[in-house]
Design a protein around this ligand. Sequence first.
Ligand SMILES: *Cc1c(COP(=O)(O)O)cnc(C)c1O
Length: 370
Amino acid sequence: MERISIANPVFKGNEKKYLTECIDTGWVSANGRFVKEFQSEFAKFCGTDYAIACSNGTVTLHLALIALGIKPGDEVIMPTLTYIATANAVKMVGGTPVFVDSDPDTWNVDPAKIEAAITPRTKAIIPVHLYGLSCDMTAIMDISRKYNIPVVEDAAEAHGAMWDGKRVGSMGAIGSFSFFGNKIITCGEGGMVTTNDEELYNTMKLYHSQGVDPKQKRYWHMVAGYNYRMTNMQAAIGLGQLEDIDWHIGERRRVSASYNSKFQDMLDGYVTVQKVANPENHVYWMNCIELTDKVKKERDQVMAEMEQKNIEMRPLFYPMHVMPPYEDKSASFPIAEKIGARGICLPTHAGMDEEKIEYVVKSLQEIICE
Ligand SMILES: *Cc1c(COP(=O)(O)O)cnc(C)c1O
């Protein structure tokens, strides 16, 4: 079997045509039609009034926290089980990330634990729609309203996932997305912030392009901002991808349904997966498994043996509180620690055929079932 990679972007639409237009016309930097179209189409897709295209998904989180006025001494509540960019963005504004544990069924941040972690210094909450599964946004927005604390949705892995009929990124004060090469849709590197709040939009717009206010004269800067702009070339690819996003999500759901039925047939009792309340909630950035106690091997051993069968695997994210930048030896988040130690991400991409899915699950069966 040829090597099965963990992720694999698929460009089946207008990406190349649009990119060629950038080169042919010379519109390669941030001033070009694709940036504007990508922004307005993405906002439409999410159901928000505004969207700003940025250079990557980490800086979109940074902009969101700037717009919310997070400063040194402020606390921002987030899951310990996430990708490190979520925590790093809080560091970028000098804030303090406050970690909370996960829900054992969904692996997403547990709303009750968010509420328990609130202090007078809490200035924002960042739920992360982990691996493509929407958090319980009803519970989280109830907490947001009750304590008047704004929510930034880290939707970097979950473009198109829905909660109660609404797209992720449209429910909190701000939504944040990534278009890195392995995400639901990609433009190489890229990000997008979404919001319905005109004031937050204006602040993020200002900081994302060196503090220039388009209503003022040229080269007149209102604040010390950043260059977080997306190029027209990135947006050309992104717009092409966005035009096909329903296909991309449909493909991921097909792959996931196939994995799940094979897990039932071949790995019953040996693995568990994220529990999904409603099919609209999950877009399956990655199909992940947690090895149950029935599996006697260590997780890393299982991954090494899969690697020998030419299948690329990823460990689940390590919780933030166990890694050097955020290490807290006094903290205990047993659920995130267990998922982080026993979890594996399986190859998941649009266009992945049945033969490959079958080979991955059969290989797992040989390795973990005794
Ligand atoms: C990918 C990702 C980001 C950051 O995106 P980049 O585009 O890589 O900067 C942020 N948060 C989460 C949860 C992610 O998975």
